[in-house]
Design a protein. Structure first.
Lengths: 233, 58
C-alpha cells in the first residue's frame, strides 16, 4: 500500500513491480535489518548504565575531532602547520585527538573483552571493533610518517627494516612519502570511518551484550538481544 | 606566565626521551605513563558507580 501525495489517499501499490527494483530490495533489506526505532532508539537496557559505553562514545567523538582537524590540516598544508601559531595549535589538536581516540578505545576494548561482548551472535560487533582498532594503528603510523619533519624521517627509516622483513615493503614502502600520505589521508581514514560505522550499526542491530548471569550461555545472551529496548535505570 | 609556559615548566619535552629498561623490555617513560593512566582509568570505570537519572515526580 502507498499514499497518493496529491490526494493523501491510500492506494494499492504495484508491489510486484516495485519489489523487482534493486532500490526497493535494498530499502526493504535496510528497513528489515535496521527498523527506525532500533536504529535510533530512545530506550536502552538498564545494564547500559556503564562507564564502558561512555568510553565508546568518547572514542567516536575523538574520531570526529581527528577527521575535522585533519581536514583543516589538508586544506592549509604543511607550510601552515609547521610555521604559524594557529597551524601549530590545529596540528596539536590533531595529535591529541588521536591520543584521546586510542586512550578511550583501548579502555572500551578492555571492558568489552572482559564482558565477552561477542556473546549472543555479536561476533561481528566484536570483530568490527577489533578491525577498526587495527586499521587505526595503521592510520596513526602513516600519520607519523606524514609530519614532514625529522621525526617522520627517523620513524620511517626505523620502520622500513621491520616492514621489509615481512615482505610487505615491496608494495608498501614507508620511505615513499607520497604513498604514505595518500594512505594516511585517503585510504585508512575511509577504512576507519566505514568500519567504525559498521561497528555502531552492529550495536544497533544486535543490542549491547547482557551481563553474565548464573548458568549464562551464548543462547541466553542471544535471546536478550532480540528485545534490547528495556527501561533505563 | 602563560599557561603554555607553565605546563612547559612542569613537563620539559624538548630534551631526549627517557626510557625504562627492564631486561629485554624497553619502553619510553611517556608511553609507560599513558599505559598506567589507561589502567587506572579502566579500574575507575569498573569501580565507580554510574550516575542514575533522577526522574521528576517519581
Amino acid at each position: 500500500m502507498s499514499v497518493d501525495t496529491r490526494t493523501g489517499t491510500a492506494t494499492e501499490a504495484p508491489a510486484r513491480a516495485e519489489s523487482r527494483q534493486w532500490t526497493a530490495r535494498v530499502r526493504h533489506a535496510a528497513e528489515s535489518a535496521f527498523p527506525p526505532d532500533q536504529l535510533l532508539p530512545d530506550r536502552q537496557p538498564a545494564y547500559m548504565a556503564s562507564w564502558i559505553y561512555v568510553f565508546g562514545v568518547l572514542t567516536v567523538v575523538s574520531l570526529a575531532w581527528v577527521i575535522i582537524t585533519g581536514c583543516i590540516l589538508a586544506i592549509m598544508g604543511p607550510s601552515w602547520w609547521h610555521v604559524s601559531t594557529t597551524g601549530h595549535f590545529v596540528n596539536s589538536l590533531h595529535l591529541w585527538s588521536v591520543e584521546a581516540f586510542f586512550f578511550f578505545m583501548v579502555i572500551h576494548l578492555w571492558g568489552k573483552f572482559f564482558m565477552a561482548a561477542w556473546r549472543g551472535n555479536r561476533r561481528l560487533t566484536w570483530a568490527t571493533g577489533v578491525i577498526s582498532f587495527l586499521v587505526s594503528v595503521g592510520a596513526a603510523f602513516t600519520g607519523y610518517l606524514s609530519q614532514q619533519n625529522f621525526d617522520s624521517q627517523w620513524i620511517s627509516t626505523q620502520a622500513k627494516d621491520g616492514i621489509n622483513s615481512t615482505g610487505a615493503g615491496a608494495v608498501w614502502n614507508v620511505l615513499n612519502f607520497g604513498q604514505m600520505l595518500m594512505w594516511h589521508i585517503v585510504l585508512l581514514p575511509i577504512g576507519v570511518v566505514i568500519i567504525a560505522g559498521l561497528h555502531v550499526l552492529m550495536v544497533r542491530r544486535h543490542g549491547i551484550v547482557p551481563p553474565f548471569a548464573e548458568g549464562d550461555s551464548d543462547a541466553e545472551a542471544a535471546t536478550t538481544a532480540a528485545a534490547p529496548a528495556e527501561g533505563l535505570a | 606566565m602563560s599557561l603554555g609556559a607553565l605546563l612547559g615548566a612542569l613537563i620539559n619535552l624538548n630534551g631526549t626521551g627517557r626510557y625504562i629498561h627492564w631486561g629485554f623490555i624497553q619502553i619510553s617513560v611517556a608511553n609507560f605513563v599513558v599505559i598506567v593512566l589507561m589502567v587506572v582509568v579502566f579500574v575507575l570505570a569498573i569501580l565507580l558507580p554510574f550516575p542514575k537519572r533522577k526522574r521528576g515526580g517519581q
